[in-house]
Design a protein around this ligand. Sequence first.
Ligand SMILES: NC(=O)c1ccc[n+]([C@@H]2O[C@H](COP(=O)([O-])OP(=O)(O)OC[C@H]3O[C@@H](n4cnc5c(N)ncnc54)[C@H](OP(=O)(O)O)[C@@H]3O)[C@@H](O)[C@H]2O)c1
Length: 470
Amino acid sequence: MDKAEIGLIGLGTMGSNLALNIAEKGHSIAVFNRTVSRVDEFRAGAGQLAERIVPCRDLDELAQAIRPPRPVIIMVAAGTPVDEQIAALRRKLQPNDIVIDAGNANFHDTVRRFKELEGSGLTFIGMGVSGGEEGARHGPSIMVGGTEESWKRVEPVLAAIAARFRGEPCAAWLGPDGAGHFVKTIHNGIEYADMQMIAEIYGILRDGLGMEAKEIAPVFAHWNEGRLNSYLIEITAKVLAADDPKTGRPMVDMILDRAGQKGTGKWSAIEAQQLGVPATTIEAAVAARVLSSFKGERLEAEKMYHDLPTERIGGGREALLADLEFALLAGKIAAYAQGFAIMAGASREFGWNLPMPTIAKIWRAGCIIRSAMLDTMAEALASGGAEENLLMAPAFVALMKESHSSLRRIVARAALAGLPVPALASALGYFDAYRQGRGTSNLIQAQRDFFGAHGFERIDDKGAFHGQWE
Ligand SMILES: NC(=O)c1ccc[n+]([C@@H]2O[C@H](COP(=O)([O-])OP(=O)(O)OC[C@H]3O[C@@H](n4cnc5c(N)ncnc54)[C@H](OP(=O)(O)O)[C@@H]3O)[C@@H](O)[C@H]2O)c1
């Protein structure tokens, strides 16, 4: 076989599927995995694609197997393993070769790795990949950070393996060094918010309306036909319809209510705070996952507060279902507005010049948060008016005007019934605070001046002032 066009290290869930995708698109690929037995196992399971896969037992073999200049994708667990692989590759590769970290790196690590590789002759790319197992296999959304020149070198392969939306590949160069991994992080932050709000709506249907999983599934399936059309709503319907083979009961009812996380949601909230960008819905979603992990404590608290209400929500079911659909729509818009605002903040702070319409475009297919609404967002971001906040784009102003009252009613009714809706409630709070021309921080400024002589601005004069408080 001729030398491979590209290499890949890490044949876990993502790496193995990405490698098959690359091979399927006609590119020969050399692969290596820490647990070496996995390499042969992988090739043996690759069927007809095996002829384009070069199994390598160490990094020397990998370097030998790829045609220079060598692009090598690292798809291993994020953190130290990536540093170890880069250090090992530095010894095996040659100037002009390209190292691509395709895992979920913290963008600060990516920026550091760029600095560390400066002067080494190697080119580095930090690449966010979304779409899970299925996306990696058949077309993920790909967010690239690095030099434009390095992007041009890998663009043909990445565009070929990426998902497509109306024929356009969902892969793009988004900016220098950490830009790609930053955008992937915020993608995941939005994903956390989206999933949490869906879970809250499910909670209202289950506990507020007393519906069984099997009854809730078609509700989500129906919503997926409308404005909420998205991958997450689609899989929610499927998840709720699935049975547990062991008990025959709905699978979702047999799953412990304790959610895991690997860090990208938390990083989104941390970066939002660092950049001074409010992202309350994303933060609420991260906090909700953390609270979900306090299972024992929650069971104790339930006993302690057993006499407080957790009630059914009465009234017409049809009207309530319509409100739930629109509440989710409004909440989702607020969460995306926050996500795009964080990216705008980072773009200013780091001088990245992130292409917002392109980001929305490459999220329209392949990634976990793909939805019909992202197409509208791409248009809104391209046509101007949403530079500061998506909530100011005419299309979203119209959608919020149409849907905010449903969000209000749902948050209010859930609160009265004692049903937790932290992400939806924070989305509403964010929206109401954002659209309030005269807020209440005049009082906070007065308090700060009272106890700390921090000073304040006046509405009728320029300069810094102090009050005579006592
Ligand atoms: N799963 C997803 O949906 C998804 C989506 C987007 C991005 N990601 C990101 O993609 C990356 C890979 O995720 P995954 O889901 O494919 O993980 P995975 O299935 O757990 O596979 C991890 C891979 O990393 C290798 N590895 C772990 N520690 C290593 C070390 N110290 N040195 C060398 N290799 C090491 C493993 O090799 P062994 O076989 O030897 O253990 C394996 O090939 C992560 O950064 C993840 O956050 C995952």
